[in-house]
Ligand binder design. Structure first.
Ligand code: SF4
Length: 314
């Protein structure tokens, strides 16, 4: 079966003051139909850059991005427009994602109108159904964004992203800007919608606790490269890359007894600059297990049990 998203040897480099910034350096992964993949890592690791490339907002320096089998790299404007209808993005901040002067009915209906999918009474019906689908009321259509809470605004953004029935939803930190109290509601809504429409989802987050609730598989990114890709349960039960172990050790446990029993894996130091990444394994400057080989040879992603791991010692 054709993957919904297939990324192969993706590179995104940007001009810097000296050397180019290698934000994404040789990343490959795919997402099957109906599957949710979490892409996690600290801020600046390149995960948002990957997300932007998957919906055609950034052109790759090298490599391939295929959505439903169609290549985005080097595609003409018509192909890009067609693909963008099938791959929709939900950004972190629902405030800046919505035009304050546009009613939410107009905002949600806009993609349907622009692509001539519906108009008039049919458009109103479709907007009403989308509002109900995300837990809002049809009569909300006449209101403006400022009349809603942060959580409701993210529901509106999700409704607009769903309007064209995308095959791929790309969510970039969709709950980070929201109050902790409403995060679970939005995550549950995403899980529900994903199951109902059998959509594939790329879920970008710095928060491994959040990713655990919504993803089938998890890819961990460090300084522009993938460190580990594994089925969710395998990753949380038996993290194989030292960086994944350090990230997981930093996630607080609600149960104090479990928290006390957790292994301590300190993650020291700052992420090095992607303009001048460390030689060999990019994690070697922060890895407690680093040896000479780590400084000299780049570890490739290889299969270890159910996981793919880029570590010489895995
Ligand atoms: Fe640590 Fe070496 Fe493995 Fe990199 S390759 S994660 S430095 S042990």
């Amino acid at each position: 079966m054709t993957p919904t998203l297939e990324i192969t040897n993706l590179k995104l480099h940007f001009p810097g003051h000296g050397a180019p910034i290698r934000a994404v350096d040789d990343v490959s992964f795919s997402i099957a139909p109906g599957e949710t993949l979490g892409l996690v890592g600290e801020s600046g690791c390149g995960k948002t850059t990957v997300a932007n490339a998957t919906v055609g907002l950034l052109a790759p320096t090298a490599g391939s991005v295929r959505v439903l089998g169609t290549e985005l790299a080097g595609a003409d404007a018509t192909t890009l427009r067609a693909i963008r209808a099938r791959a929709q993005m939900v950004f972190q901040d629902p405030v800046t994602s919505l035009n304050p002067r546009m009613t939410i009915g107009t905002a949600i209906g806009e993609p349907l109108l622009v692509r001539k999918v519906a108009r008039g009474a049919e458009l109103r019906d479709r907007v009403a159904a989308l509002l109900e689908e995300v837990g809002l009321r049809p009569d909300h259509a006449n209101r403006y964004p400022h009349q809603f809470s942060g959580g409701q605004r993210q529901r509106i953004v999700i409704a607009r992203a769903l309007a064209l029935r995308p095959a791929l939803l790309v969510c970039d930190e969709p709950v980070s800007a929201l109050d902790v109290s409403v995060r679970a509601q939005i995550l549950n809504l995403l899980v529900e919608l994903q199951a109902r429409h059998a959509m594939s989802t790329l879920f970008v987050s710095h928060d491994l606790a959040v990713v655990r609730h919504v993803c089938d598989r998890v890819a961990v990114m460090y300084l522009g490269r993938l460190a580990e890709v594994a089925p969710r349960d395998a990753l949380y039960a038996e993290p194989r890359h030292p960086y994944t172990r350090a990230l997981l050790a930093a996630v607080p446990e609600p149960d104090p007894a479990v928290q006390r029993a957790k292994p301590r894996v300190p993650l020291s130091g700052e992420i090095p600059s992607p303009a001048n990444p460390p030689s060999g394994c990019r994690f070697h400057t922060r890895c407690p297990l680093a040896t000479d080989i780590c400084r000299n040879a780049v570890p490739e992603l290889r299969q270890v049990g159910e996981s793919q791991v880029a570590c010489h010692l895995a």
